[in-house]
Design a binder for this molecule. Sequence first.
Ligand code: RB5
Length: 146
Amino acid sequence: MIALGADHGGYELKEEIKKHLEAKGIEFVDCGTYSPASTDYPIWAKKACGEITSGRAEKGILCCGTGVGISMAANKIRGIRAACCSDYFSAKYTRLHNDANVLCLGGRVLGVGLALELVDVFLETEFEGGERHKRRIELLHSLEEN
Ligand code: RB5
C-alpha cells in the first residue's frame, strides 16, 4: 500500500500519480488534499505519513510545489525517512542507501514524465542493506527528539 499526499502545489501531480499507480495495479490510499484550493502542506504530510507509521502503508509519495516543504514536514515524524528528489539517481540511491520510505516531488519543478519515472524507480528499488547503511540509518533516527 502506498500513501499519497499533497498540498495545492502538488495536487495535479498527485492526480497523475494516482492514474499511473492505478494503471500498474499498485494499491494506494489518497490522503488528500482533494482539490486545488490553497492549503498547508504539513497537514497532508502528517496524514499520509500516519499511514506508514501505523503500518497500513509501506511507503509514501508526497507532492507540493517544490517537494521541499512537504519533505521537511515528513522528516519531523518519527520513523519517516523522506527524500525530495528531482533526478533518477537520487530517487534510486535513496532507496538503496537510505531505505527512504517517502518520496517527495515538486509539482512545479518536474514534468509529469520525469516524476513518474522517479515514482517507478523509487517503488521498484529495494534497500541494499549492509552494516554501514543500517548503522547510518540508526544514527539518523537517534537524532529524533522526544
Ligand atoms: C505553496 O505555494 C508552496 O509554498 C508549497 O507547495 C511548497 O512548494 C512548499 O515547500
